[in-house]
Design a protein around this ligand. Structure first.
Ligand SMILES: *Cc1c(COP(=O)(O)O)cnc(C)c1O
Length: 427
């Protein structure tokens, strides 16, 4: 007998929302269309649990898609936010928190000596590309199929047919000219990277060093080294988009855990501790090209906002070495448990510290084509069955689960029991 979910209040709110918000939401994945149901309206989060408008309680494995590595409403983070807000929410003038946060980032990330803050990862990635173009005097960029770097025009490109192709707009409204300088290459394809590099002069190669926007698809052995080597040989910058991996896969992100050093780093999500903050950074030489130190223009009314900065600082202060050991243990237990729950069904559980994806696939997934070949309908049935039993999964096959420092052993055990029952409902 399948479990069910009360959703009367959520349905009422969704009907109202559809009237005033496109698709009823302010960001597409929240609508849950990819798993074939309507969204649930959240009223409260407590640690790793969510409470919705009908009083349903869920173990939350999304946690705002990455920022909440300490779970919802962590008391120390909330105290820092309240204290900052009481002193004023925005000044449009420098504050000490911005300096402290930038110093903390430079202590953690080996490739970052200097930081410029923005309000969103989209802005940070767009601005890093602008800087790369300014510093190289070139326009073309290399991006990977299935990688997401925010929704700025030039990065909202998808691959045409063929190996290394000129990007075509991934959305109506993106001018063909905006993606004409974006070359798209399949992730983990060594030859396609070499071929693109031999054909073009690039301003930058931009990559998620731990791609998690096509589901989690880690780099093959040596692939990040290849990107470093090929970027340098080409005279291009290497940009790591660590909006997800930064402060999650390790204290200093993937650049620390892999030892592959990019020229520019894009940060977001955890750096804002659940409030809107993001950043890009790199060497003094590159970053001092940014206005007003240099001539590359980039600005923001709420950039380095004191409340967001306080949340980011409080979040990072709680992320010491022991935190990463605990996060790794929780991740491993989740991944192992999901694998056992799936048994011999066609499911691949891929994981790295702080990230897990359950691909509904016979084969391990190495690239976007593999992710797209997954059985999204079966994944949707599984997610609906999880929700009905009190577990809140990412509502898309192309996203990761976000294990956190707030998930308890009991919540983990409950999740795995529910996952097994939900697999039983799919097959
Ligand atoms: C979320 C994300 C972004 C965009 O950040 P926003 O704050 O949503 O604009 C960019 N890159 C990666 C890798 C992301 O996961």
């Amino acid at each position: 007998m399948p479990a069910s979910l009360r959703d009367t209040r959520s349905a009422e709110l969704y009907a109202r929302a559809l009237n005033v918000l496109p698709g009823g939401v302010n960001s597409p994945v929240r609508a849950m269309r990819a798993i074939g149901r309507d969204p649930l309206f959240v009223v409260r989060g407590e640690g790793a649990e969510l409470v919705d408008a009908d009083g349903n309680r869920f173990v939350d494995w999304v946690l705002s898609w990455g920022p909440l590595i300490h779970g919802h409403a962590h008391p120390e983070i909330i105290a820092a936010v309240v204290a900052a807000a009481e002193d004023g929410t925005s000044f449009g003038a420098p504050t000490i928190g911005e300096v402290e946060l930038a110093e903390e980032v430079t202590r953690r990330m080996p490739a970052v000596e200097m930081v410029r803050m923005t309000s969103s990862g989209t802005e940070a990635a767009m601005s890093a590309i602008r800087l790369a173009r300014a510093s190289t005097g070139r326009e073309r960029i290399l991006k990977f199929a299935g990688a997401y770097h925010g929704h700025s025009d030039g990065l909202l490109a998808e691959a045409g047919s063929g190996l290394a192709t000129q990007g075509i707009p991934a959305s109506p409204g993106v001018p063909v000219a905006a993606t004409a300088n974006t070359i798209i290459v399949p992730w983990n394809d060594f030859d396609a990277v070499r071929e693109a590099i031999s054909e073009h002069e690039f301003a930058a190669i931009i990559a998620e060093p731990v791609p998690a926007n096509m589901g989690l698809v880690p780099a093959a052995d040596g692939f990040l080294d290849l990107l470093r080597e090929q970027a340098s040989a080409n005279g291009a910058l290497l940009i790591f988009d660590e909006v997800i991996s930064g402060f999650r896969v390790a204290r200093g992100g993937a650049q620390e855990s892999t030892g592959v050093l990019p020229d520019l780093v894009v940060m977001g999500k955890i750096i804002g501790g659940g409030l809107p903050a993001a950043a890009y950074g790199g060497s003094h030489t590159l970053m001092e090209m940014i206005a007003p130190a240099g001539e590359v223009y980039q600005a923001g009314t709420l950039s380095g906002n004191p409340v967001a900065t306080a949340a980011g600082l409080a979040t990072l202060a709680l992320l010491d070495e022991s935190a990463y050991r605990r996060l790794e243990a929780t991740t491993d237990a989740l991944a192992r448990g999901l694998r056992e729950a799936a048994g011999d069904r066609p499911v691949q559980v891929q994981s790295t510290c702080g990230l897990v994806t359950t691909f509904f696939s016979e084969e391990p997934v190495h690239d976007y084509a593999g992710a797209k070949a997954c059985d999204a309908a079966a994944y949707g049935r599984w997610c609906r069955a999880l929700l009905a039993r009190g577990v809140y999964p990412p509502a898309s096959q192309f996203e990761a689960w976000f294990p956190s420092l707030a998930h308890t052993e009991e919540q983990l055990e409950r999740t795995l029991a529910v996952a097994a029952a939900a697999f039983g409902e799919v097959w």
